[in-house]
Design a protein around this ligand. Structure first.
Ligand code: FUL
Length: 466
């Protein structure tokens, strides 16, 4: 196990008077423990909840995966309104948004110079439209960061499978990363190769996932053009897939992860042993936190028949606890419909979720509680009894993931009684209690191979019971 910079050296978490805040930050000097996040990963950790927009010709053909032979003329969102989409996402507390600029069918939502298969040849804004531009600008106006999904698999491109396609893919990336302002995340999905239109060939094409895309060169381009953007794929390099599309991280979820390919060899995008991704690797060499992607509907794209199957605020809240509450991020897909806006049911569900989040984590914060940390133990004290049913813990992840486990107890007349326990804390650990607890003292015992650095311990009273 490699510990960076004197992690074995003992140092004290000195909680001085000014460090003792009410459910706030406790900072302490100290060296890093093991792998630590980069500056761009730290910024990403702070987002926690952000949205996906799946939108393309599939929205009009009722498909999930377009074959690549769709006529651009079918892309006609007559009431497209980027401002209203962003307002709907904001209602759900989304801090950023990632758009499918190109899905597997190859249709580009911006007027790219690389192919004719784009909005340029659609009736949208008379062929003069640019969905990426309108959405990125509306996002920025609304205070949301903007990210791009560019599918490596392109079922329209005649060149797919040959080296020319990689040139085109990189050129598409260059256009997206140079024309639409700051990009916070670049998303490469893992679906690769198979049958498709491929410029009329209508055949099956197989590529070697490990070598075909030459990802390191593509990522160099991203670093050069958008140095602050995090790069997502099943295997990183900045953010990892959580291994399922249900929006659920492992009950234990480490931000460190050393991905392995399906055959036990080196991993590459589209080739990871997914069962490991949910948990990560304790003391792994790479800081590679999990992102939990899930759709508000059964499908990723909008389908009329799924209007009655939109996840409820209760379900979204549960997913929040199972993603953000386990140290990962919550990437919620809300697909625009054929009009080019979010469907009313989705907007209402987002608003209900946002309201619950505010009621619990803003209005529901238990105040006047003093946090003290001494070594492997922290205590929360209040002069009068307080009632809560959610505990939030955060580690100072800038100096590594140190805490193995926590045991939380309350003071009762008969002594200390356990109320919760968990393995792995990281950026955020939310402990939902089975019922309300009323006490004046809470004790948190931590096990950690290096001095635990607790950044926050706070109590909340949840708005609605699950
Ligand atoms: C997968 C794709 O195949 C799905 O269509 C969707 O975009 C999902 C987020 O990623 O790899």
């Amino acid at each position: 196990m490699a510990f960076a910079g004197g992690a074995r050296a003992r140092y004290c978490v000195r909680v001085r008077r000014r460090d003792i805040l009410l459910g706030g930050l406790v900072a302490a000097p100290g060296a890093a423990y093991g792998a630590v996040p980069s500056a761009r990963q730290l910024k990403w950790h702070a987002l926690e909840t952000y949205a996906f927009l799946h939108f393309t010709t599939n929205t009009f053909t009722d498909k999930e995966w377009g074959y690549g032979d769709e006529d651009p003329a079918i892309f006609n969102p007559t009431q497209f309104d980027a401002g209203s989409i962003i307002a709907g996402l904001k209602g759900g507390g989304m801090k950023a948004v990632i758009l499918t600029c190109k899905h597997h069918d190859g249709f580009c939502l911006w007027p790219t110079r690389t192919t004719a298969h784009s909005v340029k040849h659609s009736p949208f804004r008379g062929g003069k439209g640019d969905v990426v531009k309108e959405l990125s600008e509306a996002a920025r106006r609304g205070g949301l960061k903007f990210g791009v999904y560019l599918s490596p698999w392109d079922r329209n491109a005649a060149s797919y499978g040959s080296p020319e396609y990689i040139v085109m893919y990189r050129e598409q990336l260059r256009e997206l990363l140079t024309s639409y302002g700051e990009i916070f995340e670049v998303w490469h999905d893992g679906a690769n190769g198979g049958d498709g239109f491929y410029g009329g060939a209508r055949e099956r094409r197989k590529i070697d996932k490990k070598t075909y895309y030459d990802w390191p060169r593509t990522w160099d381009l991203v670093r050069k053009l958008q140095p602050d953007a995090v790069i997502f794929s099943d295997a990183g390099p900045d953010i990892r897939w959580v291994g399922n599309e249900k929006g659920i991280a492992g009950e234990t979820c480490w931000a460190t992860y050393d991905p392995v390919g399906e055959d036990g060899g080196p991993a590459s995008p589209g080739d990871v042993r997914a069962k490991d991704s949910q948990t990560g690797t304790r003391n792994g060499k790479h800081w590679l936190p999990a992102e939990c992607d899930v759709s508000i509907r059964p499908g990723w794209f909008w389908h009329e028949k799924e209007n009655s199957r939109v996840k409820t605020p209760d379900e979204l809240q549960d997913l929040y606890y199972k993603s953000v509450g386990r140290g990962a991020s919550f990437l919620l897909n809300v697909p625009p419909d054929r009009r080019g806006v979010l469907h009313e049911t989705d907007v209402a569900s987002l608003a209900g979720f946002g309201k619950r989040m505010r009621e619990t984590f803003t209005a529901g914060l238990v105040r006047d509680v003093k946090l003290t940390v001494r070594g492997h133990e922290a205590s929360l004290e209040s002069k009068r009894p307080v009632t809560f049913d959610v505990i939030r813990l955060r580690e100072d992840i800038a100096r590594g993931q140190r805490i193995d486990s926590v045991l939380v107890e309350q003071a009762t007349e008969g002594g200390w009684a356990e109320i919760a326990r968990a393995t792995s804390v990281g950026n955020c650990r939310l402990l939902r209690l089975p019922g309300e607890v009323t006490t004046t003292r809470v004790r948190i015992k931590m096990t950690a191979p290096a001095e635990p650095l607790l950044r926050e311990a706070a109590l909340f009273l949840q708005s609605a019971r699950m």
